[in-house]
Design a protein around this ligand. Structure first.
Ligand code: NAD
Length: 532
């Protein structure tokens, strides 16, 4: 068995000082006596202690946010967009501190941390440039042309609750919070228990950029208690996390009759067709499967390769994977960092063991690397994986993938669709038209051709989200902005109240209505047939 993920063990000690981390906690709305110790995944050592919010704190945070929001909604949308741009500039200026905090609380590589930070820039740029037009009021077809009007305005929902996960704690919070703010809402963010510090730093910079104090708040603590309380008070909830939690969030949002978006898990397929450039597909598959140690909702875990190119692809994929470096250092030298914690490491190892018990072959990787970091695991490629193995059926959310040969394009599509999830898929081919044709048959929110996920995710004007157990709702694009608004229709009659003329017998008027309706429909059909 070959080993992948060359280890580096340089400088794992967090660069950010505990005094600085402690000072960030002043921004939390948390009055309770309960605290939570935060661990640095790179070392397994304590990083700091966070006071936890109580349900009463959550109610207070939302109430303050609501008061501030009223004034924010009156700020011209162009000014709101400018402040968002200023926030993006500040994040870029303070990138070293962000990278230190992000690495300290997630254990990810510095490269992955920087990508996350740059993604915040893309979100801010897109939302600031396109948000104002997206929520500008618009005229719609009126009830009676010339005699009435219909105008739609997009009103903020009020306070938006954002519940975010630990894997990309900064950009997954901001991709939901920034459009909500642009649309005139306040935001209360509940970050994952493991990663509160980056969220607090974001709050600091939003305020420094000129957003009113109290408009963006952070509450911290247990998901059920604090996250649940948040859903009880806000007007909309954006949730990113696991599918089972998503169900609970949807149930609670439903009880409160508020709308929500759920960005959930995936077990994403990657298809290599027989006409693909194998070297390019192998390099691309590494980028599709292993970023952030596979702890990425969009990353590929199930690879299906047409038989005629299977062996060549597997060899090239192994060779590219073995070039990856694994480390917990603070430079850009390591490609991969640590898993988030012991529980994630246990899941990853259990999935590999389960696959092996059912006959899988470990082609590279397959080992924990405590010599690098307590929760490090090698990027792992499995073949001969039974279709009922956990890696085939469940989301591993780690650096483990299976590669399976298929007889045909049709079988690849069938296997790709054989999952309750439907978040992201990718298709590799020498002919993009073929790739697009296959893509249209895959049941996922996003399908990328000749790229793993970046070409889809980075298209910030295009909606992103899942079907089936991968969630409901979309982020990015106009869809990701308008979800934070309540459309209001203002309809005006220029001729007084619409109704029956009182001087004529009702039966005549009714006959007239039927006649006019019939005439209108006939005319429409005639016009359509002339045009065709
Ligand atoms: P999780 O569902 O356990 O936690 C996510 C967030 O929800 C945390 O902030 C947590 O505190 C909170 N939470 C937990 N229980 C809650 C409850 N009952 N009510 C309200 N909030 C609650 O997530 P996880 O399993 O640690 O995160 C990884 C999962 O997130 C993976 O399945 C991954 O695929 C998914 N994810 C999806 C996307 C996406 O965009 N689709 C992005 C990143 C991660």
């Amino acid at each position: 068995m070959a080993s992948s993920g060359r280890g580096r063990v340089d400088q794992a000690v967090p660069l950010v000082s505990s005094t600085r981390l402690d000072s960030l906690t002043d921004r939390l709305t948390a009055s309770g006596s309960t605290t939570r110790e935060i661990t640095a995944p790179a070392t397994g050592e304590p990083l700091g202690t966070i006071p936890e919010s109580t349900p009463k704190d959550v109610a207070e945070a939302v109430s303050t946010a609501r008061e501030v929001q009223a004034g924010w909604a009156d700020v011209p949308v162009g000014t709101r967009a400018q402040l968002i741009e200023q926030f993006a500039d500040r994040v870029l200026d303070r990138r070293e501190e962000f990278l230190d905090v992000l690495q300290a609380e997630t254990g990810k590589s510095r490269q992955t941390a920087l990508e996350e930070l740059l993604d915040i820039q893309s979100t801010c740029e897109y939302v600031a440039a396109n948000g104002p037009a997206t929520i500008a009021e618009e005229s719609r077809s009126p009830a009676i042309r010339w005699l009435s009007t219909a105008t739609v305005t997009y009103e903020p929902v009020g306070v938006v609750g954002v519940i975010s996960p630990w894997n990309y704690p900064l950009n997954l919070a901001m991709v939901d919070a920034i459009p909500a703010l642009l649309a005139g809402n306040a935001v209360v963010l509940k970050p994952d228990e493991k990663t509160p510090y980056g969220a607090l730093l974001l709050a600091e910079l939003l305020e420094a950029a000129g957003l009113p104090e109290g408009l963006f708040q952070v509450v911290a603590g247990d998901g059920e208690t604090v996250g649940g309380a948040l859903i009880d008070h806000v007007g909309y909830v954006s949730f990113t996390g696991g599918t089972e939690t998503g169900r609970k969030v949807a149930e609670r949002a439903g009880r409160n009759l508020i709308d929500c978006s759920l960005e959930l898990g995936g077990n994403n397929p990657l298809i290599v067709l027989d006409d693909a450039d194998i070297e390019q597909a192998a390099r691309g598959a590494v980028g599709a499967c292993f970023p952030n140690m596979g702890q990425l909702c969009l990353s590929a875990e199930r690879l299906y390769v047409e038989k005629s190119v299977y062996e060549a692809f597997v060899e090239a994929f192994i060779s590219e994977t073995e070039k990856l470096t694994l480390g917990v250092e603070h430079s850009f030298n390591s490609d991969l960092g640590s898993l988030i914690d012991e529980a994630q490491l246990t899941t990853v190892a259990a999935h590999v063991d389960d696959a092996c018990t059912r006959g899988a072959t470990v082609r590279t990787g397959g080992r924990a690397r405590p010599d690098v970091g307590p929760y490090c695991y090698e990027p792992t490629i499995l073949t001969d994986v039974a279709s009922d193995s956990r890696v085939a059926c469940e989301e591993t959310f780690g650096p483990v993938v299976s590669v399976t040969p298929v007889d045909s394009e049709a079988e690849a599509i069938e296997r790709a669709n054989d999952s309750p999830y439907g978040l992201n898929a990718s298709v590799w081919t020498g002919e993009t038209a073929r790739g697009e044709r296959v893509a249209r048959q895959i049941e996922c929110g996003t399908v990328c051709v000749n790229d793993g996920f970046a070409v889809g995710w980075s298209a910030t004007d295009a909606p992103m989200g899942g079907v089936g157990e991968s969630g409901i709702g979309r982020r990015h694009g106009p869809e990701g902005i308008r979800r934070y608004t309540e459309p209001r229709t203002i309809a005006v009659s220029r001729v007084g109240p619409l109704g029956l003329p009182d001087r004529l017998p009702t039966s005549w008027v009714m006959a007239g209505f039927v006649g006019v309706t019939r005439l209108r429909r006939r005319m429409k059909r005639a016009i359509r047939s002339v045009r065709e």
